[in-house]
Design a protein around this ligand. Structure first.
Ligand SMILES: NC(=O)N[C@H]1NC(=O)NC1=O
Length: 225
C-alpha cells in the first residue's frame, strides 16, 4: 500500500486499516486521519506518536491497559487480535509448556500489581527466553520510568504494524527518540518464534482473530518469509 492510497482513504476505511496499530485503540487512528495528507511512513507514524505523547497520564495508562498480557488469558481463550496473536506466536509464546506459562502468568500478575497496567513489550523483537527475563528485570524499575519504557514498546509495536501494512519490507527497528530507555540487547531475534510452532498450531491460528481489523498478513505468510 502506498502513501497515495493512504491519503485517499475515507475516514471509515482508514480506521478499518489502521485502527489496531495501537492495540485496541482505534481512537488514535480516528484522530490521526484528520492530519492527512501524510508524506510517508515516518510522517504517518509521527502523528500516531504525537497523539499518544499529548495524552494525560490516564490516557497513557489506558493505552497500556488495552494490551493483552503476553501468554495470558486472551491467548488461552483465543480472543487475541490477529496482530497480537501473530506477534506472540513469532516470539514463541504460543507454544510454551505449562511451567513456562505459569511462570509468565505469575510475573505478569506481580507486574500488574506493582504498576497498575500490564507488562508491554514488542514481542516480535523478543523471544520466549527473553520475555520472562525482561519482565523480571522491569519489575524492579521505578514506576515513572517504567511507564515511559512501556509506552516506548507500544511505539515499537505501532512502528512494526505500520511497516506491515505499508509493505515497507522486513521491518527494522532502529532505536528512535521517544521510544523509551529500554535495553536493546534482550531483543535481537525477530521471527525466532516461528521455529517453535508445530504445523498444527500454526495452521490453526489464522482464523482466530477476534478483531475486525485486517490482520497484518496472515501467520502462515509470516512464517514463510
Ligand atoms: N502485553 C504486550 O506486550 N502485548 C503486546 N506485545 C506485542 O508484541 N503484541 C501485543 O499484543
Amino acid at each position: 500500500m502506498d502513501m497515495e492510497k493512504v491519503n485517499s482513504m475515507g475516514f471509515g476505511e482508514f480506521v478499518d486499516v489502521f485502527g489496531n496499530v495501537i492495540e485496541k485503540c482505534p481512537l488514535v487512528a480516528a484522530a490521526v486521519w484528520s492530519q492527512r495528507p501524510f508524506s510517508g511512513l515516518e510522517d504517518l507514524e509521527k502523528h500516531f506518536f504525537d497523539f499518544i505523547d499529548a495524552l494525560p497520564r490516564s490516557g497513557l495508562e489506558g493505552i497500556l491497559r488495552c494490551h493483552p498480557e503476553l501468554a495470558g488469558r486472551d491467548l488461552q481463550q483465543g480472543t487475541l487480535t490477529a496482530e497480537s496473536l501473530r506477534e506472540q506466536s513469532q516470539a514463541g509464546l504460543i507454544s510454551l509448556d505449562a511451567d513456562d506459562v505459569l511462570r509468565l502468568q505469575q510475573l505478569n500478575a506481580l507486574y500488574r500489581k506493582r504498576f497498575g497496567f500490564p507488562f508491554v513489550l514488542a514481542a516480535r523483537l523478543s523471544d520466549r527466553a527473553a520475555v520472562p527475563r525482561e519482565l523480571a528485570r522491569r519489575l524492579h524499575c521505578q514506576p515513572e520510568s517504567e511507564l515511559r519504557t512501556a509506552l516506548g514498546e507500544v511505539k515499537k509495536i505501532c512502528h512494526l504494524r505500520l511497516e506491515d501494512l505499508l509493505g515497507a519490507g522486513p521491518a527494522s527497528v532502529e532505536p528512535r527518540r521517544g521510544w523509551g530507555s529500554e535495553r536493546q540487547q534482550d531483543a535481537p531475534q525477530r521471527g525466532l518464534g516461528a521455529a517453535h510452532l508445530s504445523p498444527e498450531v500454526g495452521s490453526g491460528l489464522e482464523g482466530q482473530s477476534s478483531h475486525p481489523h485486517k490482520a497484518s498478513g496472515d501467520l502462515k505468510q509470516s512464517h514463510e518469509q
